[in-house]
Design a protein around this ligand. Structure first.
Ligand code: IPM
Ligand code: MG
Length: 359
């Protein structure tokens, strides 16, 4: 097949990990006979430096006409002034919104060889296989009004948590559809004991569930979900939740896998075009050292093949290759317990995955 993939390396370790994922996609293209065309564009801090805009019009136009987008990470201390009007993160939020990518899929699996790297006891995390579906274009991140003002003797700031019925329904429906391909259990996370938006969320989730009699729905409050993730993560299958809760819970869940550097994500809308990115950030503290873990981005490339290009066999091949190199002991520094263990570089790990794809 022929496809165009826009690469948005972004900031910090973004370019280093995207380079490895591109190499893996090129290996797949050669092995399976596909014609993948890549086009690199600016986003985030790199785009602010070059154009003053975290999401330049040329980048957005390229993404709109591509089959899929693979992103590294945005942000860094250089652009972190809290008073700055233009921030790298605005580029990421704007592209999610502009492409209508309302569902962010974040699978969390524990590789047996990495169970010891997690601070949690191995027996608690063995066999964990959770699919998070985080609502991505609503809630506190986009609610209106948002402002700051001077009141009397101090400052006041307002953000708004709002959801419409349609916004909730479409993402919860996707959660049920995906649960059908898994263990058929959906846990919907909210704070319905306090928040009106959560009570609407719960109501809609229950309505959607009526159309999926073969899938079970349970509701859980976000605080107790946070605890269950570290005490009994194996009891989850699909978790669906609003934007901010999902942001927080998925970083917590990354601890189960051993490292934030391992986890991929797919942001999807109604069409097949998606945005794929590791869930980690730009990690400015290790940028440029060649030690970032490329696996989150490589697994994001696998999700890209599966969800946007429908190349299921190819996606499976990448996931298998990653499991193989992890089992064989290939480790960047984020996935070893102590400094006496041998580690390899970002590009060596990328090369190991490519060579595992060759057989
Ligand atoms: C994520 C990140 C982003 C988010 C930031 C960088 C805006 O934390 O993708 O989880 O909060 O969505
Ligand atoms: Mg986050």
């Amino acid at each position: 097949m022929k496809a165009t993939i826009v690469l948005l390396p972004g900031d910090g370790i973004g370019p280093e990990v995207v380079r490895e994922a591109r190499g893996v996609l090129e290996t797949i293209a050669a092995r399976f006979g596909h014609a993948l065309t890549f086009a690199e564009h600016l986003i985030g801090g790199a785009a602010i430096d070059a154009t003053g805009d975290p999401l330049p019009a040329a980048t957005l136009a390229a993404c709109r006409s591509a089959d899929a987008v693979l992103l590294g990470a945005v942000g860094g201390p250089k652009w972190d002034d809290p008073k700055a009007r233009v921030r790298p993160e605005q580029g990421l939020l704007a592209i999610r919104k502009a492409l209508g990518l309302y569902a962010n899929l974040r699978p969390v699996r524990v590789h047996p060889a990495l169970a010891a790297v997690s601070p949690l006891k191995a027996e608690r995390i063995e066999g964990v296989d959770i699919l998070f579906i985080r609502e991505l274009t609503g809630g506190l991140y986009f609610g209106w009004p948002r402002f700051r003002e001077e009141v009397g003797d101090g400052r006041r700031a307002v953000d708004t948590l709002e959801y419409t019925e349609q916004e909730i329904r479409r993402v919860v429906t996707l959660a049920f559809q995906l649960a059908r391909t898994r263990k058929k259990r959906v846990t919907s996370i909210d704070k319905a004991n306090v928040l009106e938006s959560s009570r609407l969320w719960r109501e809609i989730a229950t309505e959607v569930a009526a159309g999926f009699p073969d899938v079970t729905l349970e509701h859980q409050l976000v605080d107790s979900c946070a605890m269950r993730l570290v005490t009994a993560a194996r009891t989850f299958d699909v978790i669906v939740t609003e934007n901010m809760f999902g942001d927080i819970l998925t970083d917590e869940a990354a601890v189960l896998a051993g490292s934030l550097g391992l986890l991929p994500s797919a942001s999807l809308g109604d069409g097949t075009r998606g945005l794929y990115e590791p869930i980690h950030g730009s990690a400015p503290d290790i940028a440029g050292q060649g030690i970032a873990n490329p696996i989150g981005t490589i697994l994001s490339a696998a999700m890209l093949l599966r969800h946007s290009l429908h190349l299921l066999e190819e996606a499976d091949a990448i996931e298998r290759a990653v499991r193989e190199v992890i089992a064989a002991g290939a480790r960047t520094p984020d996935t070893v317990l102590d400094s006496s263990q041998k580690t390899i570089s970002t590009s060596e790990l990328g090369a190991a995955v490519r060579s595992a794809l060759g057989h």
